[in-house]
Design a protein around this ligand. Structure first.
Ligand code: SF4
Length: 355
């Protein structure tokens, strides 16, 4: 592909701006590939301010790739608890074991091997290669995608393959020789600080005079987005089954949404069931856990929004009556030791207060 016009001007302007305005971030104080990899995985889907304390806690708990690979998955999930998108933690854990077994305990320094690891896509690989190894690898995270779409007024939806491919080509062709690290970070910072999604502050932007979207008068129209689908709302009933100071928990399957986390048994409710919550709950517990309980008072209604759905859980205290059933009995004071999703952690906190 031909280099975009004004390539040199864009490179020098952006690097000069970055030199004066870069954010002071903990993962920028190191070239350690492992620390950079952890930060890049955490930054997928999550804001910088949220990531910082988790990044520090994670590296304190697992200071090297070997520590991570040798740790129990439930310990990794516990340290990750609250950060969301738990498949990232599972993939980090799995990838660290692959590095230990196949790459001499090191993060690979080439694109092909990085892409073979779970959880690493092309942009994360580009970030690791450029930040840790200063290799001339492009990135195309959300910030870079937005800045480049606007700078060149790229038509089409940035989620479409053809448009994305074009943006990759632009990103690659712009990297100044020997300066991949600061240039990629500069793209990220410009997108995070100035070229923001809804309200780009073009008057502060170093690329203002070079930007085609700015010249169009409607920079926020780039990149064009697909219409958002309506998010489904799941309603469910949930049981806190108690026996001798313990509560019954179940472990989610290791793969899929919230995989490996612990939670109070719960079931989706629909139609008529909504008016007979206690009866539905008792029947579910009998059929699916194989246990008889007495459903007692409500503990409350708990809500959580995820990226693809939202959920409302109506939670009831239940007293164990008989039959062994399936699940793990956990003393209430030990609930804090198990990894749980945000909504189940809130339930656990409520139980501690009311029991
Ligand atoms: S001029 Fe405006 S739209 Fe263009 S890159 Fe800068 S902030 Fe973004």
């Amino acid at each position: 592909m031909k280099p975009p016009p004004l390539k040199k001007k864009i490179q020098t302007t952006l690097l000069r701006w970055f030199n004066k305005n870069k954010r002071d971030l903990p993962w920028r104080k190191t070239h350690d590939p492992y620390s950079i990899w952890v930060s890049e995985i955490m930054l997928q889907q999550t804001q910088v301010a949220t990531v910082i304390p988790y990044y520090q806690k994670f590296l304190n708990s697992f200071p090297t790739i070997r520590h991570l690979a040798k740790a129990e998955l439930s310990k990794v999930l516990k340290v990750w608890e609250g950060l969301g998108y738990y498949s990232r933690a599972r993939n980090l854990h799995r990838a660290s074991q692959i590095c230990l077994n196949h790459f001499h305990g090191k993060i690979p320094d080439n694109l092909e091997d990085l892409l073979s690891l779970p959880g690493i896509g092309r942009s994360t690989a580009g970030a690791i290669l450029s930040f840790a190894f200063n290799k001339e690898a492009p990135i195309l995270d959300g910030n870079a995608k937005r800045v480049l779409s606007r700078l060149f007024a790229v038509p089409g939806n940035s989620g479409e393959r053809k448009t994305e491919q074009f943006l990759w080509e632009i990103s690659e062709s712009l990297i100044p020789k020997g300066y991949a690290n600061p240039f990629n970070q500069a793209l990220m910072d410009l997108g995070a600080l100035i070229c923001t999604p809804k309200d780009p502050q073009c008057y502060k932007c170093p690329l203002c005079n070079l930007c085609k979207a700015k010249a169009s008068g409607k920079p926020e129209k780039f990149p064009s987005r697909s219409v958002k689908k309506k998010i489904p709302h799941i309603r469910a009933v949930c049981a806190v089954i108690q026996k001798d100071g313990k509560v019954l928990l179940k472990n989610r399957p290791p793969k899929g949404l919230l995989g490996g986390l612990w939670e109070f048994p719960n079931w989706k409710i629909e139609g008529k069931q909504r008016s007979r919550l206690r009866l539905s709950l008792r029947n579910y517990i009998r059929k699916q856990i194989g246990m008889n309980v007495e459903v007692k008072n409500s503990i409350g209604t708990f809500k959580q929004a995820y990226s693809h759905f939202k959920i409302t859980l109506q939670v009831f205290k239940c007293q164990f009556l008989n039959k062994k059933g399936k699940g793990k009995w956990v003393p209430i004071k030990e609930l804090i030791q198990l990894p749980m999703s945000r909504i189940h952690r809130k339930i656990a906190e409520r139980i501690k207060v009311i029991t």
